[in-house]
Design a protein around this ligand. Structure first.
Ligand SMILES: *Cc1c(COP(=O)(O)O)cnc(C)c1O
Length: 358
């Protein structure tokens, strides 16, 4: 028998979540974001799950080519643009849209004498200070791009730091919106500004294109739970109990003996560890389902297994079904317990984990 650890991907949940994204921005076109192997769900499943999207967006040029090989005919957007002038050959060949966020990228375009048409997304740094042109430099960048004969469409793009936390004192959402509006004033082009959080929580931000990622996979970008947004988990990670131990008061579990029992307990070893993508920093008490009942992890997560408290799960033993996250246990809850976000857990799903479809 193969190892019982399995990630089950529900393609119908991808469809469903895409429809939710659309319902929040009915007039906008949708880039379904499939970077990082479709947030761990598999690029090919993204192609099928998001067949109704207007385009697919990602980071990796090689995976953009792969999307074409998989038969995706609609637009594809490179969210960070090209990494080198040599990527221009790829964008022309595969008809890729791409972000332009710095003068170096514009220079590569100017020097290449390309045959277009190229559709580019001019990225503004509206306050996040990672990529993009400052508002005061935006127009000059726009004009430089406009002068490149191969460039056809220029979409006005920015990315918000705090759409899930609009009053964040470090950078209030409204401040970013104002910076963006100031930088693009007078430019009559389509706009692309909304990630999942902006799509779900800020319908007042008019965007011709929205760029949802995390919500499409059924996790929350913040603000409320995925369930409250009507999202369905697309990935369920499940395994089995492969061994049990009866322990007494004073007995310790796992490396570092981080958990010491204060009373007799029944402990199960679950076939899933940090080499599968389960977070090693999950503390004692991280939620887990055994035979559909909620219980908790105990002791340190090791490479190939971790331990759960079976004391109060009637009939639990070797072979009991375990849900690490997904259907019945939101990934966001597990992530929160482990001090991270659902994004990180789903993206970290390891290649050794078997993936099946519902
Ligand atoms: C990843 C990404 C998104 C999607 O963000 P979510 O929070 O997953 O919705 C949107 N835009 C850009 C530029 C991104 O890099």
């Amino acid at each position: 028998m193969p190892r019982p650890l399995v990630a089950t991907i529900d393609i119908s949940a991808l469809h469903h979540n895409l429809r939710i994204a659309k319902s929040h921005a009915p007039a906008a076109k949708i880039w379904a974001v499939v970077k990082a192997n479709a947030y761990g769900h598999g690029l090919e499943r993204g192609v099928r799950g998001f067949a109704e999207a207007d385009g697919l967006a990602l980071i990796e040029p090689d995976n953009a080519l792969r999307l074409r090989e998989l038969g995706w005919q609609k637009p594809i957007l490179l969210l960070e643009g090209i990494f080198d002038a040599s990527d221009l050959e790829t964008v022309v060949r595969a008809r890729l849209d791409f972000a332009v966020h710095c003068n170096e990228q514009i220079a590569w375009l100017e020097q290449a004498a390309l045959k277009g048409p190229l559709d580019v997304h001019l990225k503004m740094n509206s306050g996040m200070n990672r990529l993009g042109f400052k508002p005061e430099a935006y127009r000059a960048a726009y004009q430089r791009l406009r002068a490149v004969p191969a460039v056809r469409k220029i979409t006005l793009m920015t990315h918000f730091a705090n759409a899930d936390d609009p009053l964040n004192p470090g950078l209030p959402l409204q401040q970013q919106v104002q910076q963006f509006e100031q930088g693009v004033s007078g430019l009559n082009e389509e706009r692309s500004i909304a990630n999942s959080a902006a799509d779900l929580m800020h319908p007042e931000l008019k965007s011709d294109w929205v760029r949802p990622g995390i919500m499409l996979y059924g996790a929350t970008p913040g603000g409320a739970s995925a369930e409250q947004f009507g999202l369905k988990p697309a990935m369920t990670l499940s395994s089995k109990v492969i061994g049990v131990q009866r322990i007494g008061a004073g007995d310790a579990i796992g490396y570092g003996s981080r958990f010491v029992a204060s009373a007799p307990m029944l402990i199960g070893a679950v076939a899933c560890g940090y080499a599968d993508g389960y977070p090693r920093h999950a503390p004692n008490g991280t939620p887990v389902l055994v035979d559909g009942m909620r219980t908790v992890t105990v002791g340190r997560v090791s490479m190939d297994m971790f331990s759960v408290d079976l004391t109060s799960v009637p009939g639990a033993g070797v072979g009991s079904a375990v849900t690490l996250w997904g259907d019945g246990l939101p990934i966001d809850e597990v992530a929160h317990a482990a001090g991270t976000i659902g994004y990180e857990l789903m993206c970290a799903l390891a290649t050794r984990v078997k993936v099946v479809e519902l």
